[in-house]
Design a binder for this molecule. Structure first.
Ligand code: HEM
Length: 473
């Protein structure tokens, strides 16, 4: 018998389920978007489903996004939702293993390492990394390449060369890449639910965490011993920071925050790069337009890329914006309810202990906001004037445009937990994509466009992702 245990009459409607404890876990993990769509038709924008003994109240639509992203600190907690997953990987004292006001300050510390001056220095380094990487592909005759693998390796190489510091990049080919993989294996959806299981991957993860921290610590110690002060990378910006109340941000805190940033930027950017190139492979006219744009902006396809020139590559920007609209790597954002909370405009009271979930992809593919919403059309963005209220809100980590949480496209989230890596991600993606396109033409194989794999922490294309490539004359 399908269960519907709704003792509280003001609780939002619940999706019935057949298997106790597991609840809707299977239907949800096969295709969360279909699951949301089907149930939205029955219950409206706000409903609760059970998964592995926990209740999730999803809040769809513009108002749902706004409700979750701007929920009050006294009502909901991001730490309570993400901590079991993130603390063993990142380490203690940072991100979700500290009070929210400390996270807000950590986000401010990080902003120093993402200035325009830093980006000016990063772009030539990223271009060089990309060129060197793709020399490995067959640049005489072309062939078939594993795009997902390439983007994964390239994003970690470019991020470590720039944000993480050259010392980390130098270790990438030997120790860091393997440590990263071990950490990553311990950063899967299953870890949110079964943190107590004695899985071998947890031992590898814990071991990798300690080794990774030691590597960062050694780099910091060497920089201190040599009085290094001329570095523009993020690691340098995290040294000698102090919280407003005088508490020092220690070197170990800096190591943990560096690991967090490595993890936060890796899959998000590498899957976005992969999807973007797949969409381009499917739309050769866009590749031609992008190369024309590069010629227009730089004068020639041989001219080196610069951060300032890339600002004028509007179509390239829009390709990334459109990729993130259709294929955002994060499709569920969670907060745990710590005090019963009323959902505006309804009688619903969401009980303490539930998780509230936002899924901005729902509005991103909604015809109400985007005509022909399922089509990949970067040009649509030149006609969309993003709503500017003029008002700004300071959530504690710097001012951001007000009304942000009601924008139908929110791949970087909104509110106090909004992403701080957006501008870095754009610089990195634009450099990698434009450099790749100058070197190679690409097209889909006979397998066509891969579908999404929802079982991973960050939605990625179903593997393997191969493309045909041919050197550009
Ligand atoms: C937060 C997406 C790249 C660091 C977030 C959130 C989203 C997101 C949706 C909000 C999470 C929430 O509200 O629970 C993305 C996407 C990226 C990307 C789509 C690339 C295409 C990066 C990069 C970095 C980064 C490159 C760092 C180098 C962070 C941090 C937070 C965050 C520190 C804040 C977490 C918090 O305050 O709770 N990101 N991100 N992200 N992201 Fe990103």
């Amino acid at each position: 018998i399908g269960q519907r245990i709704n003792i509280d009459k003001n609780a939002p409607p619940e999706v019935p389920y057949w298997i106790p404890y597991l609840g809707s876990a299977i239907a949800f993990s096969v295709n969360p978007l279909k699951f949301y769509d089907d149930n939205r038709k029955k219950y409206g924008d706000v409903f609760t489903y059970t998964m592995v003994g926990r209740k999730f109240t999803v809040c769809l639509g513009i108002e749902g996004n706004n409700f979750v992203f701007n929920a009050k600190l006294a009502d909901v907690s991001a730490e309570e939702s993400y901590k079991p997953l993130t603390t063993p990987v990142f380490g203690k004292g940072v991100v979700y293993d500290c009070p929210n006001h400390m996270l807000m300050e950590q986000k401010k510390f990080v902003k120093w390492g993402m200035s325009n001056d830093a980006f000016r220095a990063y772009v030539p380094e990223m271009e060089e990394e990309t060129r060197q990487y793709f020399q490995r592909w067959n640049n005489k005759t072309g062939g078939r390449g594993d795009l997902f693998k390439a983007m994964g390796e390239l994003i970690i190489n470019t991020a470590s060369r720039t944000l993480m510091g050259p010392e980390i990049r130098a270790l990438m080919d030997e120790s860091v890449a393997q440590l990263y993989h071990d950490l990553d294996d311990g950063f899967q959806p299953i870890n949110m639910f079964f943190e107590w299981l004695p899985l071998p991957s947890y031992f590898r993860r814990d071991n990798a965490h300690v080794q990774m921290r030691n590597i960062f610590k050694q780099v910091i110690d060497e920089r201190r011993a040599n009085n290094v002060t001329d570095k523009t990378d993020m690691l340098q910006s995290l040294l000698n920071q102090t919280y407003k109340d005088g508490t020092p941000f220690t070197d170990v805190d800096a190591c943990h925050l560096m690991i967090a940033l490595l993890m936060a930027g890796q899959h998000t950017s590498s899957t976005t790069a992969t999807w973007a190139l797949l969409h381009l492979a499917q739309n050769p006219h866009l590749i031609k337009e992008l190369l024309d744009e590069q010629k227009d902006v730089l004068g020639s396809l041989d001219a080196p890329l610069t951060f300032d020139a890339m600002k004028n590559m509007t179509l390239l920007d829009n390709v990334i914006r459109e990729t993130l609209r259709l294929c955002p790597p994060i499709i569920m954002i969670l907060r745990k309810v710590i005090r019963p909370i009323a959902y505006p405009g309804t009688d619903y009271i969401i009980p303490k202990g539930n998780y509230i979930a936002a899924s901005p992809i729902a509005t991103q593919v909604d015809e109400q906001f985007y005509k022909n919403a399922k089509a990949f059309d970067p040009h649509r963005w030149s006609a969309i004037v993003e709503e500017e209220t003029g008002e700004t809100v300071d959530y504690g980590f710097g001012k951001i445009a007000g009304g942000g949480a009601r924008n139908p496209s929110l791949p970087f989230g909104a509110g106090r937990h909004r992403c701080i890596g957006e501008s870095f991600a754009y610089v990195q993606l634009k450099t990698v994509i434009s450099t790749f396109l100058r070197m190679y033409d690409l097209s889909l194989t006979e397998k066509g466009m891969p579908g999404p794999d929802f079982t991973k922490m960050f939605v990625q294309p179903v593997l393997p992702v191969e493309v045909n490539y041919a050197p550009r004359k």
